[in-house]
Design a protein around this ligand. Structure first.
Ligand code: PGA
Length: 250
C-alpha cells in the first residue's frame, strides 16, 4: 500500500534543511520559473540559510522563481518589522537574487480583507499554481494559520488568531504578546492541498506527538495537517526527535 504522506527521517535539523534545499535547487534547475509556496516560523530558518548559501555558491539562480507565502498578519503594513514580509526579507529574499515583484505575500494592510484573499487566490492561479508547497506545523497540528476547529476554510481567508499562536509569535513583536495582531490572512486547506507537491518540515521533540497523529491518526479538522493524508505527493521531512513516536513501519 502506498501511504500518504511519505516520511523521510534525518539525523538532525541541519540534514533536513540540506536535503530539502537540494530538492529545491534541482527543481529550479529543471524549471527556472518554478512556483514555490513558503512558510515562516523557526523551523524553515535552516532551510532559508542553506538556500542562501547555495545561491552564494552559484548553485541556485532565483531570478525567475515565483513565491507565495502561506499567511500574513492582518492589520499591520507589510513594512512593519513584525510582518511576515519583513521576516522573509531578512531571512531569505534579501539574501538571494529573487525578483521582489515575484515574491507574493498577502497584504495585511488591505482595507477589504475578502477582496485581498480573492486577489491572492487569483494570483496563484495566474502563476500556474504552486508546484512545491513547503509547510511548517504547529504543535497543535496547524498549517499556515489553519487552526484546529470544527470546520476548516477551503480558500484563502481572514482568521482570528488563538492566544497560543499570538504567544508563539511574540518574538517578532519585541516579546510583547499584546502587540501581536489579533487577526491574520491565510491560505485555506484547499489552497494548500492544490499544490502539486507538498513538503512538511518538522524538527524537534515538541513536534513528535502531532507528527505521529498526522501519519497514523484519522483525518480530522482537529488536526489540520492530517489532511495531507489525502494529497498524492506529500512528504514529512523530520529529524529524529520529531520522528521519535513513529514505528519503523508507520
Ligand atoms: P515553528 O512554527 O516553525 O516556529 O515551530 C511552525 C508553525 O507554527 O507553523
Amino acid at each position: 500500500m502506498i501511504r500518504s504522506p511519505r516520511v523521510a527521517v534525518f539525523a538532525d535539523a541541519a540534514a533536513v534543511a540540506r536535503s530539502l534545499a537540494r530538492r529545491v535547487a534541482d527543481a529550479i534547475r529543471a524549471k527556472p520559473t518554478l512556483v514555490l509556496g513558503l512558510p515562516t516560523g523557526r523551523t524553515p530558518l535552516a532551510l532559508y540559510a542553506e538556500l542562501s548559501r547555495l545561491h552564494e555558491a552559484g548553485e541556485i539562480d532565483f531570478s525567475r522563481v515565483t513565491t507565495f507565502n502561506l499567511d500574513e498578519f492582518y492589520g499591520i503594513p507589510s513594512d512593519h518589522p513584525g510582518s511576515y514580509r519583513s521576516f522573509m526579507r531578512t531571512h531569505f529574499f534579501g539574501r538571494v537574487n529573487i525578483d521582489p515583484a515575484r515574491t507574493h505575500l498577502l497584504d495585511g494592510s488591505a482595507a477589504d480583507a475578502a477582496a485581498e484573499c480573492e486577489r491572492y487566490e487569483r494570483a496563484i492561479e495566474d502563476a500556474g499554481g504552486i508546484a512545491l508547497q513547503i509547510l511548517g506545523i504547529g504543535t497543535n497540528g496547524h498549517i499556515g494559520f489553519n487552526e484546529p476547529a470544527p470546520e476548516l476554510e477551503a480558500r484563502t481567508h481572514r482568521v482570528t488568531l488563538k492566544p497560543e499562536t499570538r504567544r508563539s509569535n511574540a518574538a517578532l513583536f519585541g516579546g510583547r504578546e499584546e502587540d501581536v495582531p489579533r487577526e491574520a490572512l491565510s491560505m485555506g486547506m484547499g489552497t494548500i492541498l492544490q499544490a502539486r507537491a507538498v513538503v512538511l518540515l518538522a524538527t524537534g521533540a515538541p513536534k513528535a506527538a502531532c507528527v505521529e497523529r498526522v501519519v497514523n491518526g484519522p483525518i480530522t479538522t482537529a488536526l489540520p495537517a492530517s489532511f495531507l493524508q489525502l494529497h498524492p505527493d506529500a512528504v514529512l521531512m523530520l529529524d529524529e526527535p520529531a520522528a521519535a513516536r513513529l514505528t519503523p513501519n508507520s
